[in-house]
Design a protein around this ligand. Sequence first.
Ligand code: DWN
Ligand code: SAH
Length: 408
Amino acid sequence: MKDSICRFTGRKLNTILDFGKQPLGNGFLYPDQFDNEYFFDMSIGFSEETFMLQLNEQPAPEKMFHEEYAFYSSTSKNMGLHFKKFAEDLLKSDYLKKEDPFIVELGCNDGIFLNHVSKQKIRHLGIEPSVNVAKVANERGVKTLSDFFSERLSKKLAKDYGKVDAFIAANVMCHIPDLKDIIKGIKKILNKKGVLIFEDPYLGDVIQKNSYDQIYDEHVYIFSALAVQKIFNMFDMELIDLQPQSTHGGSMRYFISHKGSYELSNNVEEIIKKEINLGLNKESTFRNFSTNIQNSKIELRELLKTLKSQGKKIAGYGATSKSTTILNYCNIGPDLIDYITDTTPIKQKKFSPGMHIPIVDYKYFKDNPPDFAFLFAWNHSNEIMEKESGYTNSGGKWITHIPNVRVI
Ligand code: DWN
Ligand code: SAH
């Protein structure tokens, strides 16, 4: 197994698990593209110095985020509600109690969060490299620049727009390999009393739920408070508050400011204590995680093979990026899963990355209900179970691998 270098210390990273060759998580494709499909070696490493779980290798950002990015944030109703509440909480917070505040969001996607800011006529700017989703944001009245955020871009923004009061990044910071550069960029244009608020899938939940499918090309890091505190301290910035979130199967919202600008909330010490009890600072915890992932793979293949041998029809529900890891790591193709249904038009009529399972629209699922639906979008299970009570009540069964492989 290939070891790599920690992106923060420059020292060797111990490899925890090798997932083998993986395609792009959102690389949905047509049959005439199968022969030239892109794959990379996906493995994860852990650093006991920075507490950072990270991908050893990752495709270039431009390969993943471009003019045909397949993920549109507004495909989930509940995520829409989550971001509405997030915006409302921010707008009434002390961080913005000043005249003419300026809010910048990294990876604003289709404007799911910033549309609530723009409606209030508050100064804002979205930075979104994926041109197709940035276009939707702009059409919605969200001022969006299509570019990758970096220290270089931050210098230009400071000149063009002035300093920032609130930097927001939801499910974005964990996508950016050169975090050092991003932190330097944020530090440069954040006002003295400004705040960076970001949220990402939380390492504590990933370990406890064995949700290894949060690991794919786009997710270079899975953060903990321990890791976030450590890396921001390196730049004289400070973790001042933490708020656990239920989104994406368990996330953490991190609040960061310039050092000494705010008092630390008690949550910081409490959550860090919990993380140490959970062993998020120790490589041995990730060795156990690796064993659990390998066992989950064996159980999942057994379950699907048994059901198929009984002639059952199995469909995937939600062509998530996460499902790309499950399907390719567990070697699950169209022999085991007949089709995957997804409401996103850009994914439909294409095939899943690597394993080439057909992606169909929602009507196809309604017209051809399977005996079993594998809940690939398990992070939206409340929303989906509500919507699919008809399928469930008429005898349709669900498969999940979270926290362990089973039929619901
Ligand atoms: O971090 C990331 C998160 C925020 O979004 C990105 N790197 C990429 C993406 O990850 P994902 O693809 O795993 O996200 P979701 O939100 O789990 O994707 C859900 C998928 O399921 C979407 O393609 C929409 C689809 N869906 C559906 O077909 N019916 C979703 C719902 C709620 C539904 O009812
Ligand atoms: N914030 C949205 C989108 C998350 S998907 C949500 O929570 O639903 C990750 C997004 O980050 C993608 O839209 C991608 O284009 C964007 N992104 C990736 N690298 C980036 C960078 N360097 N700067 C800004 N955005 C970036």
